[in-house]
Design a protein around this ligand. Sequence first.
Ligand SMILES: *[C@@H]1O[C@H](CO)[C@@H](O)[C@H](O)[C@H]1NC(C)=O
Ligand SMILES: [Zn+2]
Length: 474
Amino acid sequence: MGRVLLLSVLVAAAYAQTALDDGFLSTGERAVGEAEGRDAGEPLLDFHYHDHEQMTRFLRAISARYPALTALYSIGKSVQGRDLWVMVVSASPYEHMIGKPDVKYVANIHGNEAVGRELLLHLIQHFVTSYDSDPYIKWLLDNTRIHLMPSMNPDGFAISKEGQCDTIHGRANARRYDLNRNFPDYFKQNTKQPQPETDAVKEWISKIQFVLSGSLHGGALVASYPFDNTPNARMCRSSVLCSVFQSHAHSPSIAPDDDVFRHLSLIYSKNHAKMGRGVSCKSGSPRFENGITNGAAWYPLTGGMQDYNYLWHGCMEITLEISCCKYPPAHELPKYWQDNKQSMIKYLAEAHRGAHGFVMDENGNPVERAAVRVKGRDVVYHTTKYGEFWRILLPGTYRVDVSAEGYIPQEVEFIVIDSHPTLLNVTLHSAKGYVAQGRPKGRRPGPMRIGPYPSTSSTTPRTTALTDTIVFKE
Ligand SMILES: *[C@@H]1O[C@H](CO)[C@@H](O)[C@H](O)[C@H]1NC(C)=O
Ligand SMILES: [Zn+2]
């Protein structure tokens, strides 16, 4: 029976190498031969914490047992050589479904914040075991490709201790870098040395157009949304006093899509058993109205993952603080699962809100990397190689500006309603010799420029420098 299992895994791996268009799966499946399944039955997940080996075994067993619904891949390795696993759960695990969104959760970016790590394993199990019996899960997996990364910091987790609620032991990676301070930052130059875990995530999200994402943390009970950093942080570079003042300023840093981010955060908090009540974790710690907060209003930080997802890649990510205790005793895990289950599912379904469609040329060919700008939201999204774009928006009337080098820009008005997404196909007509504004010929566009915080001439072309090192990276 071990042989039968192994065979099916190898078939899956071979299929993956030819069919997976993200370019990741072949890496992840390299070591899959040792997959350890249980006899024919379900790979059962206990409510305890799983170390890296146990987690790896579980993921392999699931991918062997559910080859039509899952695909396991690794986006790279941690400092100490542990695989950074991602499990795709979808009716089309190996291939992007053209016109349908890819979404993700990333957990355990702080190694000692362990609940999210276990919850993602339970979410995987829930998805695969409910697909045939739960019509909502079936709809979700038929129409969404869900990428789940249980641990972005397996090295930090390895030294963390169950029961430690408030320490920082295990928070950082093996080189003592806080991975959620390690991303390029729009507002302030991030001088921290990029770490392997962060580089892997940057490459991952540059290859797959994720529409929606959640980053799972612990130590509080709140959904926190962009921006985490604030334009004022720039001025604090040389002044200690200024930095001190800044960290107590608690002023929100409002993103162009503030309404959408608040909505997404409320979807999580209101579907959660407790978060939406906005009760503080303990006396002295803050309470958040409706269980949501703007990141910078809580405390500003530089190099966070959510601002990066949004500004560099048009992926709406929020930070989900799901447990007051960072690493609670395992016997509490069933409660956390029950508290978060509905939130985790409903949140991902929000990728189907707003407008989506294709940008094509006059011959019906897709236009890749066309710039899609919704008026009044000064942030640029780009089309994929299939010409697809997604824009999560609340009900209303919008105007969108679509432009690409060599084409006449198009402005289109459209309506978004609550019950289903608006399909918006845009045809661009070629304009011989036309060069899109702000896009020098032959260069890929850099991080999205947002207003009202333009880089003025006095603050040197920092974003250009970041563009060169990060976005142009192969
Ligand atoms: C929009 O474009 C896509 C891709 O070319 C096509 O499959 C779809 O039928 C189009 N829909 C409409 C309503 O034009
Ligand atoms: Zn954290």
